[in-house]
Write a protein that binds this ligand. Sequence first.
Ligand code: GLU
Length: 561
Amino acid sequence: MATWNDLAELMFPDVKETIDDLKNKFPERNGVCTRFAPSPTGYLHIWGLFSCFTSWRFAKQNNGTLILRIEDTDQKRQIEWWTEFLLNALKNFGIGFDEWNLWANWEDVWDYGPYTQSQRKYFYRVFAKHLVAKWLAYPCWMTTEEIEKIRAQQELAKIMPWIYGNYSIYRNKTVDELVEMVKQNPDYIVRFRSHGDANKKIVFEDILRWKVSMWDNYNDIVLLKSDGLPTYHLAHITDDTLMKVTHIIRAEEWLTSVPLHLQLFQAFDLPAPKYCHLAQILKVDEETGKKRKISKRKDPEANVEFLLEHGFAVQWILDYLYTIMDSWFEEWQKENLDKTFLDREFALENMNKSWALIDLVKMEQVNNSYLSRISTDQLLKEWLVWAEKYNTDLADLIKSDIDYARSALNIERHTEKDPKRFYTFKDIDTQLRFFFDSEREKLVKNDELRVKSEDGKINWFGDFDMNVMKNFIDEYLNVLDFGMTTEERFDQLKQIGKKYGFASNNAEFKEWWYIWKIWDLAMFLRLALCASKRTPDLFSVMKVMWKERVENRLKWVIRLE
Ligand code: GLU
C-alpha cells in the first residue's frame, strides 16, 4: 500500500530538499522587511505607485528592507524590459529598492533571490510536495466542463459554490488510486485540502483595520497550475516565507483571502506575517455619477505617466499620495512649509482606512497650491526637468536666457496678488512663451488679436483706430518710466488714455466723447506686448521685458498698417 509520501515522491521526483532546508539557506533578517509585488502590466498604475510608496516609506521609517518582487505567473510578458521600466519610473519618484533582480541568469547579488516568480518554480514545488506528503494537498484532473457542471448544480441547489468536500472529484480518492492516476496521466494540477468550516467566522488582525472577522475558507483552492506555476496563494506563502518578509502591505481586495492564507500557513506549520490591507483608489464615474475603482483601461489618470505628462510635479504627486496615506498630513504641511513628508513620522496604523477618491480637477487645484508654494528657483528647476521630456523647445529657449525666464516666472509669486497662474507645468508655457521675441512673433498671428471690421478689413488688436493708437504709443513710450510704482503708472496711463478717447472709469464713460474705457487700453497694451489676454500684472511684465523690448514690441504695432 502506497503512502502519501510515496505519492509526493512520485509527483515531485526532482525535489530533494525540504522547506526547512530552504529556510536555512536564507538567513534570518533583523528588523522589518516588506515588499512591492506587482504583476507586470503595461504601465505604472497610480495604485501601484501608492502601495509601493507606502511600503517604501514604512521600510525606510523602520530602517528596514524593501524588496521588489515581480509576480509574473499569469502574465507572459517581457519581464526584463518591464522591470527596468518600473525601476526607472519609481526612481523618478525617489523610490529605490534594497533587493531585486533584473535578469533571468543574474547571479543574485542579494541573498533571498531570485525575485521574479517565474524563476522560482523549484521553491513552489518544494512547498507543494510538503503538503502532498502531509495529506494536505492532492493532484486533480478535473476538466473545465466538470467544474462548470458542478457550479451549475450548486447554483441550482443554492449551496456554496466552488470545489470542496464531495464536490471535489479527487479529494476522496485513496492514495493508491491517486498514485495510479499520476502514473497514467501526469497532466494534473495540485489542490489544497481545506479543513475550514464554512459556517464559522474567524478573527484576525490587520494593522490598519485592527480586528477583522471573516468567513473561514472551505475551498480546495489550486496551489500549482498545470504549467507548474503557482497560484497567487501558494506563491505568497512560499515567497514571503523564504524572503523573510515581516509585513504584507497589499490591496484591500486581498482581505477576503486572509482566512485562506492563514489556513495555509497553519498547514505548513509556519508563522504568518503581519498584514496591512490598503484602501483602494476610486473615482466618480462620469456617466453614472457613482464611485468606482479606478480602471486601467478606462481612466487615463490611472496611468502615472499620464499624470506626469499632464504636468503634475513629481514631488506634488507624492504629497498627494501622502495625503491619502495620512489624513493629518495636509494640516501638518500648512504649519511646516519648509518640511517634507520625510520629516513626518509615518505609521501604518494611522493610515486612512476609507477609500480615496481621485479627481483630476481637484488634483489640478492642489497641484496649483504646490506650485504656488515652492520657491521660484525650485519651480524653475522642477519645470526644467519636466520640460526636458515634455516641452523641449521651450526648455531650450528658457535655458538660452535663464535669468530672464526666472524674472518672468517670478512675477507676483508669493504675493497677495499671486494669481496662482500655474495649475500644472503645462501652464508655464502660456505664461512664459510670449516673453521670448521669436515666440511672440508667432503668437501675435493669433486670430484673437485680429478683428474683421464691417468693410472686411482685418484690424490688429481689436477695433481701434490705428492712427489714434499710433499717437498714443508715441506719447506713452516718451513718458514710460520704470521707476514708477504700479499706482503711479496706472494713473499716468489713465491721464494719457483720456486724450485718446479712453474713459478712466465707468462714470466718465457716460460722457459722450469717450469711445473706450481704460481697461480696453490695458488690453490693447497686453495684446500688443504679450499676444495673450491672460497675463500677470502688465507693468511687472513690462519691467521684466525692459525698455528696449517694450519699445520694439509697441513700435511693431505702429508699423503694422
Ligand atoms: N501581484 C499581486 C497584485 O498585483 C500582489 C499582491 C501582494 O502584494 O501580495 O495584486
